[in-house]
Design a protein around this ligand. Structure first.
Ligand code: AP5
Ligand code: MG
Ligand code: ZN
Length: 215
């Protein structure tokens, strides 16, 4: 099962991908999570990426292409993968085609999670994140104990790029650079649209109905 979870910032890619990875026992590959781990560890990649991330800009394509190429060649991807946050530009999608051909793991589907801009802003401005990869929402999905992660107990924090001004910039970058990939993958016959406005559970069951076809 080889899928891309596609959608604007705040659509619920990370929330869904985490559950889907457990359900189907395949890796969840989030370029955003990988970059944030590098920022925390202060690696050269993290130092370079942070300048873009904090402003809501995309990190340069050549950085992302190298990163995803390495990740997809790791052994856990033999049974499939769920990509979250990659590709985000046409050059990234072109590079992905080449990488997937080489490892003989072509895409089964690109699941496009659709959510209105108004709802995206609400979701992102209320999100609280944990370094372990979990994320919550102060109103829609609050943690059991306010301010702390249900899974690991660590303090939750608000991402730098979840400030209202940066959210607007991320949505603009999505519309300009990433949204054109919907046509790109429609032309390849891979796009499947999902209504992302419902509950986490209802979106999950819509996506499972799609992914079950590729088991
Ligand atoms: P990244 O981490 O990928 O951020 P993003 O795409 O902007 O998406 P988000 O993680 O913000 O949203 P999500 O769809 O995962 O939503 P979530 O499930 O958390 O990228 C960050 C940055 O890294 C980029 O800006 C860029 O700089 C860089 N980067 C990463 N990849 C790159 C690439 N390929 N090329 C270049 N640069 C790259 O949900 C959001 C909130 O809503 C949560 O609070 C959640 O609890 C809540 N929620 C989720 N589902 C529901 C629901 N159904 N109902 C109610 N609330 C919900
Ligand atoms: Mg995410
Ligand atoms: Zn945690």
């Amino acid at each position: 099962m080889n899928v891309v979870l596609f959608g604007p910032p705040g659509a619920g890619k990370g929330t869904q991908a985490k559950e889907l990875a457990k359900h189907y026992t395949i890796p969840h590959i989030s370029t955003g999570d990988i970059l944030r781990a590098n920022v925390r560890e202060g690696t050269d990649l993290g130092i370079r990426a942070r300048k873009y991330m904090d402003k809501g800009e995309l990190v340069p394509d050549e950085v992302l292409i190298g990163l995803i190429s390495n990740r997809l060649s790791e052994p856990d991807c033999v049974s499939g993968y769920i990509l979250d946050g990659y590709p985000r530009t046409v050059p990234q999608a072109d590079a992905l085609r080449g990488i997937l051909e080489q490892i003989s793991k072509p895409l089964d589907a690109v699941v496009n999670i659709e959510v209105s801009d108004e709802e995206l802003v609400k979701r992102l401005s209320g999100r609280r994140s944990c370094n372990c990869g979990e994320s919550y929402h102060i109103a829609f999905n609050p943690p059991q104990k306010e301010g702390y992660c249900n899974v690991c107990g660590n303090d939750l924090y608000q991402r730098e790029d979840d400030m209202e001004e940066v959210i607007r910039q991320r949505l603009a970058v999505y519309n300009d650079k990433t949204k054109p990939l919907i046509d790109y993958y429609t032309d390849m016959g891979l796009i499947v649209n999902v209504d992302g406005a419902g509950s986490v559970e209802s979106v999950f069951s819509q996506i499972c109905r799609i992914m079950d076809q590729y088991k």
